[in-house]
Design a protein around this ligand. Structure first.
Ligand SMILES: [Zn+2]
Length: 561
């Protein structure tokens, strides 16, 4: 009760003297819950009281009941598990929302099925309108061969097609799309990109990394209404999955503008931290934005950079060649040609107080970024920067210590581990694979983790991420006890990294990330207790209710009955 008395003083000490005789009462009380707070001072409680957008009390049913008034809305959680809302530290939110409406190619299990779905969608697409999205994954086909334009050309004479590989590091174009983009046998590979060619040097339709830009230049930008629609779809999807905060990596400026518009209309139901591309760093520098600038629903002040490509597209940058492609050790991104260009931009961003979030996947790519981070620290001195490496997939053994010394955050996506784990060892061999998605090794070295999905690259559903982090059971069913099982996280570690870890990664650990009195009331009620069930069953757990800032943003049908 002491806690409550203090709170009353804070509230009543303001201009609300009219209330001086009455104690404040909660708007909402959630009781009879199994609450895992992710707050080590009070980890397990039964009930939570919310006033306005904040949590005002956590404790036993009886303790929290003291906040009940005649108008308090009481939710009986019926013994279900309540957690802080999930904070996805790495999403591509607009692409994810758009993907919900576009052609679905990810679960196609053959090249024929892939081609059939494109043919059907093209038949319903207006002449000249681009057919985009897809998220195809050729590793699910047998044989697992990269698709070519010949597979889809006959069915798409009037519809330009640019369907992306699920990792976003490769796109397949049909002949019409290549023509509109002016890509021919004579077009040279751009720095950081590859135009895939046949034996005669003709483009096959596959475009890797920076070569994708040659094509996407020809694709019309989303209109304002299309972009807003995609974001609204994404917000609804996030709420239904208990995702209460997302960190949007490389949004378009227009995305941020729509967040701002939705915020003004009171329709932004997921909290956003947006980190635009470092190539646009001057925009933020000009107005003096610093890290985590903004309010509880919308912040900017990070910059997203790319060091290299992806493992699946064989464009992640390694010290040694791929085991299955002897002549190839991947590509540095176009932003790294030359490396001094990247280092220059990062120096300027850091001098201005912006946060650096850098995509780096191959061991040499990660090392190159750590080199730049070390250079910056030497030039600008040390301070609380919370540099991040996004993905941090394949670590050189020597770099774990450097990661820890510079307090770099590993922003990781466990679902990629169970997905890539199907074939990663073929590509990089056993030794390198043993330091791949090395979540346990990071923790052992004192490196902080932030968890996310990379949606639309992987599903946004946090249950799949928790399942992946705790089981490491690859999607092909071949590693039921875990692929490199030593690297598994416990469920508590995974939840903490997905809530407090992600909040820390956006400088918001005092505002959210745990169910703590005074913090924002962002919470999720689950159908089953993820802390005690067999980890294999975590992927089937459903969200019953989601609260953001004390407001219900999602209620499952069954739960509302
Ligand atoms: Zn990403």
């Amino acid at each position: 009760m002491k806690r409550r008395a203090q709170y009353a003083v804070v509230i009543l000490g303001s201009a609300l003297c009219v209330l001086a005789q009455t104690e404040p009462v909660a708007d909402t009380i959630v009781q009879n819950a199994h609450v895992w707070t992710v707050d080590s001072t009070l980890p397990e409680v039964e009930a939570v009281a919310i006033l306005g957008d904040r949590i005002v009390a956590v404790g036993s049913n009886q303790q929290v009941d003291a906040w009940r008034g005649p108008k308090t809305h009481v939710v009986d959680a019926a013994g279900k598990r309540l957690l802080p809302g999930f904070n996805d530290a790495h999403v591509h939110f607009t692409d994810g929302g758009a993907q919900l409406d576009s052609v679905e190619l990810n679960d196609a299990t053959s090249a024929q099925e892939f081609a059939r779905r494109i043919r059907e969608r093209a038949a319903k697409t207006a002449k000249g309108e681009w057919l985009l999205g897809g998220d195809w994954d050729e590793t699910k086909w047998s044989p697992a061969e990269l698709p070519t334009k010949e597979m889809i050309d006959a069915a798409t004479p009037d519809v330009p097609v640019a369907v992306n590989r699920y990792d976003g590091h490769m796109v397949l174009a049909n002949s019409l799309a290549l023509k509109l983009a002016g890509i021919t046998a004579q077009t040279a590979n751009p720095p950081g990109g590859v135009i895939v060619r046949d034996g005669q040097g003709n483009p096959t339709g596959g475009l890797k990394d920076a070569a994708q830009d040659l094509l996407f230049k020809a694709v019309p930008q989303l209109t304002h209404d299309q972009r807003r629609h995609a974001i609204e779809r994404a917000l609804g999807h996030a709420a239904s999955l208990g995702v209460t905060s997302v960190q949007h990596m490389n949004p378009e400026p227009a995305d941020v503008a729509i967040y701002s518009e939705l915020l003004e209309e009171g329709k932004l139901t997921t909290r956003i931290y947006a980190a635009p591309l470092i190539t646009q760093v001057d925009d933020q520098l000009k107005i003096g934005i610093r890290r985590a600038f903004g309010g509880p629903y919308l912040r900017i002040g990070g910059v997203k950079a790319y060091a290299d490509g992806s493992l699946g597209s064989a464009t992640a940058y390694f010290f040694e060649p791929f085991s299955d492609q002897p002549g190839n050790r991947g590509l540095l991104s176009d932003e790294m040609h030359p490396i001094s260009l990247m280092s220059d931009r990062m120096m300027r961003a850091d001098a201005a107080g912006l946060q650096l979030c850098t995509h780096a996947i191959g061991d040499a790519g990660i090392s190159a970024i750590l080199d730049i981070y070390a250079e910056i620290e030497k030039e600008h001195g040390s301070r609380d920067r919370r540099w991040r490496i996004e993905h941090a997939q394949h670590m050189a053994a020597k770099d774990f210590d450097r990661f820890a010394q510079m307090h770099v955050i590993a922003s990781v996506q466990p679902y990629h581990a169970i997905d890539d784990g199907r074939w990663a060892e073929r590509r990089i061999g056993h030794d390198r694979a043993s330091r791949t998605y090395a979540f346990r090794t990071f923790l052992d070295h004192g490196v902080r983790l932030a968890l996310g999905t990379d949606w639309n690259v992987a599903p946004l559903n946090p249950m799949l991420t928790l399942y992946a982090a705790t089981t490491r059971a690859t999607l092909d069913g071949k590693n039921p006890n875990g692929w490199f099982p030593k690297q598994k996280l416990t469920i508590k570690e995974a939840i903490e990294a997905y809530t407090m870890g992600s909040a820390y990664a956006e400088f918001q650990e005092n505002e959210k990330g745990s169910i703590t009195s005074g913090k924002l009331a962002d919470m999720v009620l689950l159908s089953d207790d993820v802390l005690t069930i067999d980890p294999v069953k975590i992927r089937d757990v459903k969200v019953l209710k989601t609260w953001v800032g004390g407001k219900l943003t999602y209620t499952a049908e069954a739960a509302s009955k």
